[in-house]
Design a binder for this molecule. Structure first.
Ligand code: CU
Length: 182
């Protein structure tokens, strides 16, 4: 019998399933259930997959919000590849905006340790990946969607944002910064 020729036993569905086959089906089923359960378990107990909210937006609307925050709370600028990038220190507890575009994260943020912020993320062009290093928090950043996560930095220092979604020729230069001060 093959997949092409008809089976020699025409009523094959009535032959009992072999023992080995049942064992494999059971193993596969148990593994499926474990993998399925890992999704909520990892979300609750893992540290990388944060709960987030998502809202509809447009690149124009989102850029306006980023601009408003940057104009209000810029404390200094930092030279990155010949361009002055603002470093923004918004008040504790406030809404903080960062945008992704080809090929930069804008602006840089300076947050206070132990304070909570609502971090908004969106893209002005296409898909980017927000990867916060070295703590390895990963989020998808999509145009037209505004993702919001509540963050409370518990370590001070300098954190780098790496784009981990290939987005073109200068993808590897797409780095951002979050400073956390005491
Ligand atoms: Cu990117």
């Amino acid at each position: 019998m093959s997949a092409i020729l008809p089976p020699s036993e025409r009523i094959w569905w009535k032959t009992p399933v072999g023992k080995e086959e049942i064992v494999w089906i059971l193993l596969a089923l148990i593994w499926c259930i474990i993998m399925f359960a890992m999704m909520p378990i990892w979300h609750i107990y893992g540290k990388q997959n944060l709960s987030n909210e998502a809202y509809k937006t447009t690149p124009v609307q989102y850029e306006a919000k980023v601009k408003a925050m940057t104009e209000q709370h810029t404390i200094r600028t930092q030279l990155v590849g010949g361009v002055d990038v603002p470093v923004v220190a918004p008040p504790a507890g406030s809404d903080v905006y960062m945008l992704a575009r080809l090929w930069s994260w804008y602006p840089m943020l300076e947050l206070k340790k132990g304070e909570s912020y609502r971090l908004h993320l969106s893209s002005l062009d296409w898909q980017h990946g927000f990867s916060l290093q070295p703590i390895n928090i990963n989020l998808q950043v999509l145009p037209e969607y505004e993702m919001v996560i509540t963050i409370t930095p518990d370590t001070s220092g300098e954190f780098t944002i790496v784009c981990n979604e290939y987005c073109g020729i200068l993808h590897h230069t797409m780095l951002g910064k979050i400073y956390v001060t005491e």
